[in-house]
Design a protein. Structure first.
Length: 341
């Protein structure tokens, strides 16, 4: 516990150190742009684009190491780690599970871009209630975030800075890593496994749900929990975050046309029904969300026939839709009911 407190203090000091750069905030670009040229993206991902249905193959199950567990207040916390099947670095996941419950259901929840909870002091977490109701929570660290940051870049920066290649490579890695965690949860005794996420994590999760149709049955997720997602990836390029950092202008400057971007959509959007039943999909959408646009999320819900009782539309934006779970836990209660069913 003392080591964890020391680690968290060091991480917080590191993150707080960004404030020293505030005087340069308006003088320097917010992202170190390293846009990958279209021909290089073709070389890396072109074969995947040729057969989109096989673009996210099931990974081999690597050796997974588990840390010492610490029990406190009716829950047990530990870490699992394994080599990323795509990036080759170490993929980390924090696990929080209830004490005294054999083989609890598992929710693997993927975070948003730049949302590095392990780098900040502990805060209120709406997913805590799932642990109180007997659900194991797995929180993977996304590629290029927190412990996986690349030298010279802040958490998540390569996803934006590399342009389409950043998103394509991030999803390629994170989908494979999530499949590994689904297999691990099955081996740990979970008869029911859900995947889900917020923002970037939701986009990756819905690709897991799509790709799982061609995976072995033990890697199939049983349920899906999406917060602030969209079914139209191109809408993100015109969204508020992309506008704020100047992504569209940078793509234009480096020769990425709308038609060229559109060509890669089969690797960024779910193209087929998910592996799980629509009644096992829970979605939360902010009607004022202009980062992962609401219209695209609603279109995805309709295309996937998400039942009305599982679709929560809020008069909120991108960030408040997630924070709203603290004051209105109805979606949390719904995914608990799905997992128990």
């Amino acid at each position: 516990m003392a080591a964890e407190r020391a680690r968290n203090r060091a991480a917080f000091r590191f993150m707080r150190g960004r404030s020293a750069f505030l005087p340069w905030l308006k003088r320097l670009p917010p992202v170190r742009w390293t846009i990958t040229p279209a021909e290089e993206v073709e070389a890396r991902h072109g074969s995947r684009l040729a057969t989109p249905e096989a673009a996210y193959p099931p990974p081999a199950q690597p050796q997974i190491d588990t840390s010492h567990a610490v029990a406190d207040d009716g829950r047990r916390t530990y870490w699992v780690r394994f080599p990323s099947p795509v990036l080759g670095d170490t993929a980390w996941s924090k696990v929080i599970e209830p004490v005294g419950i054999d083989n609890p259901p598992t929710l693997i929840f993927l975070h948003g871009i730049g949302v590095e909870l392990e780098m900040w002091p502990p805060t209120a977490d709406p997913l805590d209630d799932l642990v109180n109701h007997g659900v194991r929570i797995v929180r993977p660290t996304a590629p290029w975030h927190a412990q996986r940051m690349q030298k010279g870049f802040y958490g998540g920066e390569p996803i934006m800075g590399r342009g389409p290649d950043g998103l394509l490579t991030c999803f390629q890695a994170w989908v494979a890593e999530t499949a590994v965690l689904v297999g691990w949860a099955r081996n740990a005794g979970s008869a029911t496994v859900a995947v889900g996420g917020y923002s970037l994590g939701a986009l990756a999760s819905q690709l897991v749900a799509n790709a799982g149709r061609t995976w072995p049955e033990n890697l199939h997720a049983d349920a899906l929990f999406l917060v602030a997602t969209t079914g139209g990836a191109l809408g993100i390029v015109d969204g508020s975050l992309a506008r704020g950092i100047g992504l569209a202008a940078e793509l234009d400057r480096t020769g990425w046309t709308h038609n060229e971007l559109e060509r890669w959509l089969p690797l960024l959007e779910p193209s087929a029904p998910p592996v799980m039943s629509p009644r096992n999909i829970v979605m939360i959408l902010g009607e004022a969300d202009d980062l992962t646009p609401f219209a695209g999320g609603l279109a995805l819900a309709r295309r996937w026939n998400v039942p009305p009782e599982n679709l929560f539309q809020r008069r909120q934006g991108h960030f408040s839709a997630a924070l709203g779970l603290l004051s209105d836990p109805a979606p949390i209660e719904r995914i608990i009911a799905v997992l128990r069913r």
